[in-house]
Design a protein. Structure first.
Length: 207
């Protein structure tokens, strides 16, 4: 564990304690093993997805994780129903208490992210790398592989999920922070939407 991760787990422990002690209306977190069983159905064992359209959540920073939970709870982020599944993330978060979310954030931040094994087009990946360096790497450092940016992990995510979520950003269905929005729109204006496909191949190529 590096210093920043250490610091983050202390913070999440403090938040858990605060939630459990001071909020009379909150239930205690359910058994973590039971909780992660639910998630494993779509996000795989330890949060490493086996489904091309579903993201891996292993190694995610607690901050980004909690932000995602909040976005799904407020319905400010679109959801997708996976093939052969009955629920969406919106249904999943409804069943979680705040204490559950904090416990899950802590659990997944400590799991090792394993890049998804997948095919990619080398020429597109090369083009995507260039675009990433110019417009994205400032916040998604290390080619999008670092969790410490609190902006998700892009490198090695299943390509179906990358395509879905980048498409949602491009069409405006998923909201972006103001600063990312500026860069993203600049990229779209200069390069057109075809460049999204190059980015997908670039992130998929990092295995
Ligand atoms: C029925 C399938 C399903 C289950 C069960 C499920 N998820 Fe998800 N989850 C998804 C899908 C699909 C997405 C991405 C697309 C979307 O937003 O709908 C997602 C997205 C997420 C994200 C955001 C990932 C990112 O990169 O931004 C987090 C965090 C997450 N899920 C956590 C959980 C946790 C924790 C559980 C267990 C309590 C869980 N999920 C259970 C299908 C599921
Ligand atoms: C100024 C910082 C910044 C820049 C530049 C930026 N991003 Fe982001 N990005 C973020 C943050 C912060 C998040 C976390 C979620 C949010 O705030 O919307 C994020 C989230 C994402 C996600 C969602 C991850 C997930 O797991 O679902 C994707 C995909 C993404 N960015 C792609 C890009 C691409 C592609 C570029 C370059 C065109 C880019 N970003 C540029 C800050 C940035």
């Amino acid at each position: 564990m590096n210093r920043r991760q250490n610091y983050k787990s202390v913070i999440s422990l403090l938040i858990t304690t605060y939630l459990l002690v001071f909020s009379g209306s909150l239930v205690y977190a359910a058994d973590i093993n039971k909780l992660v069983k639910v998630c494993a159905d779509c996000h795989g064992e330890n949060g490493n997805s086996k489904i091309i359209n579903s993201p891996s959540i292993a190694g995610m920073s607690t901050e980004y994780f909690m932000e995602s939970m909040q976005d799904y709870t407020k319905s400010s982020r679109p959801v997708e129903k996976l093939k052969n599944k009955k629920k969406t993330m919106k249904d999943v978060v409804k069943k979680l208490s705040d204490a559950d979310k904090v416990a899950l954030a802590d659990y997944y931040s400590r799991q090792k992210f394993i890049p998804y094994k997948q095919n990619f087009d080398a020429a597109k990946a090369k083009a995507g790398k260039k675009v990433h360096r110019k417009y994205c790497d400032k916040c998604h450092t290390d080619g999008g592989a670092s969790a410490d940016d609190d902006a998700g992990i892009l490198a090695g995510q299943p390509s179906g999920y990358l395509k879905y979520t980048l498409g949602n950003y491009a069409s405006g269905k998923r909201e972006m922070g103001e600063k990312m929005g500026k860069k993203f729109k600049k990229m779209q204006k200069k390069k057109g939407d075809a460049v999204i496909d190059d980015l997908v191949h670039y992130y998929a190529s990092q295995q």
